[in-house]
Every structure is written in structure tokens, then in C-alpha cells.
Design a protein around this ligand. Structure first.
Ligand SMILES: Cc1cc2nc3c(=O)[nH]c(=O)nc-3n(C[C@H](O)[C@H](O)[C@H](O)COP(=O)(O)OP(=O)(O)OC[C@H]3O[C@@H](n4cnc5c(N)ncnc54)[C@H](O)[C@@H]3O)c2cc1C
Length: 313
């Protein structure tokens, strides 16, 4: 019987919405599934995680020093859980959290890991994007423990089940190699970029920080959207780099992606390729984003966005 472990990303109260999809991915690799919840007073997270279909048990590591998820503390915990459970797979979402933690656990277990997996063809055959998403590589991984970060949008969400058992585990001592100082949520009134159902993303075509915000902020407010940006827009100082989408920014997979005044460079497409419906406003119908988009509004964004705002009033 094969056993998989999932590192649960959470905010102290709720598991991240990606968890149900990572559970679906893990079920392709194992028949037993243990979710690892590490936190401080994170019982509510464990209780919700236990009710996801396919979960066999939840291990809850509860200690004050786990209140903030530091990769230096979590990686030995993961390596310990893999050995203890004799697990054949360890997964997490391909988020900054998963990407910071899994490679360290892989190093401790002396196993290679795969990142950004979008398909599991067999227990040892995985598909992942390469060259900023321009191609897909199919890889065979012969490691005894398959360690992978999975792109949540590529897997369906698991349903509900009656609660699986929650087992309290002793937390390993603090590694004391890094310390949490503070967290800031600059845009707390808007949905988080990684989880938003609607994303309004702007590029260099908006011309200045003032114009970027004058046009995109009210549009995002009307659509209850998160605001994203290209690297060029971030580098030009239109908005902070926590809004950057792409190869070196956030990976998003919203229901609706509004691309405004951006060209759709390969490095940008790498971060939004899994969006369900893409609408773009661009005055250049030859821009790469127009090939990616489901709907193209060809023209000047400084005319089209105000007209849209009036229509949405
Ligand atoms: C290693 C590396 C990593 C990178 N990582 C990222 C990344 O993570 N994310 C990312 O986004 N980029 C990344 N880049 C940069 C990327 O290559 C592009 O330079 C960048 O995405 C371009 O941004 P843009 O589309 O805003 O600007 P541009 O390419 O200049 O496009 C502006 C667009 O706006 C349109 N436009 C202009 N004025 C108007 C108007 N008035 N009305 C309508 N349309 C108008 C133009 O037709 C054009 O298509 C990376 C590059 C490298 C080398």
C-alpha cells in the first residue's frame, strides 16, 4: 500500500483553497494519504483538512514557533514524517510556500524533486512546463520518494467526506535559522492574487503609475478582482513587485483574466496560461497576448477602459 504526504498551506484558520486539488493529485500516487498541518493553535485547519475526500488521517504539529511557516522549521518536520510513514510521495502546492519548503526537505531526504507538475501519467511519470511554459516535458522519476510541487489548477478539487482522524504529533524544536519579523497585506481590501477568481493585469501600455491606478483600481473594484502587472510595469514603478505575474512572479489561474496594455511576453504568459477566459485590450492586434486571448478589444485602452467603467456603473 503506497502512502503519500501533503504539506498543508493555511492562514492559521482555513486551509488554502489549492489543498483539495493537491489531494486529487496525491490520490494518483497513493492509496493512503496523510495531511501534515503545522501551525500554532491550528486545530480548525486540521478539522477542515480531515473532511476532504481521500484523506486517511491528519497529522497536526502544534507549537508556538510554528505560528509562521518558516521553511527552515518545516523541512526537517517533512523529512521526519516521510521516514516515519515510509511514504512514497510528498506533495505541496506550487506556491511560494511549497517552493521554499519542498526543496529543503528533498535535500534532507537526498531525493531529487520535481516542481510545477501539471499531470501525473503514472506513479513515476510526470509532466511539467519548461521554457516558461512554451513546452511541456514528460519525465520519469525513479526516486524512492516522489517529491513534487503541483500546479493546483491542473487538478480537479476533491469532494467532502466524513472527518478522518486527527493525530497530534510532537513538533520538532525550532531550527532558529530564521525568524519571522512581520507580514504586510498592502491590498487587504482586494482578493489575494493567487486565489482571485478575477484578475485585472496591467502592463507598460498604461504609461505611468497614476494612469495605472486611475484606470485599473476602479475596474478591479467593480469586478471584485485582484490587480496583477507585468514585470515591465513593476520595473517602471507602476505597482509593487508582489503584483508581478509570470515566470519570476506569481502563477495565477483565475476564471477571468483581463490583460490591459500588456504584450504577452513568454515570461508573462508563463504566469497566467491556465486562466480560463482571457480578455485583452491592446492597440496592436499582432501582440502575442491577442493569440492567447479568448476576446480581443483592439484599440486604445485610454478610451476602452473608461467606456467599460461607464458601462459597469
Ligand atoms: C529572465 C526574465 C524573466 C522575466 N519574468 C517576467 C515575469 O515574471 N513577468 C513579466 O510580465 N515579464 C517578465 N519578463 C519581462 C518580459 O520579457 C517582458 O519584457 C514584459 O512582460 C513586457 O511587459 P509589458 O507587456 O507590460 O510591456 P510591453 O512588451 O512594452 O507591451 C506593452 C503593450 O501595451 C500595448 N499598448 C501600449 N499603449 C497602448 C494603448 N494606449 N492602448 C492599448 N494598448 C497599448 C502595446 O501594443 C504592447 O503590446 C522577464 C524577462 C526576463 C528576461
Amino acid at each position: 500500500m503506497k502512502h503519500a504526504l501533503i504539506l498543508v498551506e493555511h492562514d492559521g484558520v482555513n486551509p488554502h483553497s489549492a489543498l483539495r486539488r493537491i489531494v486529487s493529485a496525491a490520490r494518483l500516487l497513493a492509496d493512503r494519504l496523510t495531511l501534515l498541518v503545522a501551525g500554532s493553535q491550528a486545530q480548525a485547519v486540521a478539522e477542515q483538512a480531515a473532511c476532504i475526500a481521500g484523506v486517511s488521517e491528519v497529522w497536526l504539529f502544534d507549537a508556538p514557533h510554528l505560528s509562521q511557516p518558516l521553511a527552515e522549521d518545516l523541512s526537517p518536520l517533512l523529512a521526519h514524517a516521510v521516514r516515519e510513514r515510509q511514504a512514497s510521495a510528498l506533495l505541496a502546492a506550487a506556491s511560494p510556500f511549497g517552493k521554499a519548503t519542498l526543496p529543503r526537505a528533498a535535500a534532507l531526504l537526498d531525493c531529487a524533486m520535481l516542481s510545477d507538475v501539471v499531470e501525473i501519467q503514472a506513479p513515476d511519470v510526470f509532466v511539467r512546463p519548461v521554457h516558461a511554459g512554451a513546452a511541456l516535458a514528460t519525465l520519469r522519476n525513479p526516486e524512492p520518494v516522489k517529491i513534487l510541487s503541483a500546479r493546483a489548477a491542473a487538478f480537479p478539487p476533491a469532494a467532502d467526506q466524513p472527518a478522518a482522524p486527527i493525530n497530534i504529533q510532537p513538533a520538532p524544536p525550532a531550527a532558529n535559522r530564521s525568524a519571522w519579523v512581520s507580514t504586510t497585506h498592502p491590498d487587504s481590501a482586494r482578493p489575494a492574487l493567487a486565489e482571485a477568481k478575477v484578475v485585472v493585469a496591467g502592463g507598460q501600455g498604461l504609461g505611468s503609475a497614476e494612469q495605472f491606478h486611475a484606470l485599473l483600481d476602479p475596474l478591479a473594484d467593480r469586478l471584485n478582482a485582484a490587480i496583477g502587472a507585468t514585470r515591465a510595469a513593476v520595473d517602471a514603478g507602476f505597482i509593487g513587485n508582489d503584483h508581478q505575474i509570470g515566470q519570476t512572479g506569481a502563477i495565477v489561474a483565475p476564471e477571468f483574466y483581463f490583460a490591459i496594455g500588456l504584450s504577452g511576453a513568454a515570461q508573462h504568459l508563463a504566469g497566467m496560461r491556465d486562466a480560463r477566459v482571457v480578455v485583452t485590450i491592446n492597440k496592436d492586434a499582432e501582440a502575442p497576448i491577442c493569440r492567447q486571448a479568448d476576446y480581443v478589444l483592439e484599440g486604445d485602452l485610454f478610451e476602452i477602459v473608461p467606456a467599460l467603467l461607464r458601462a459597469l456603473e
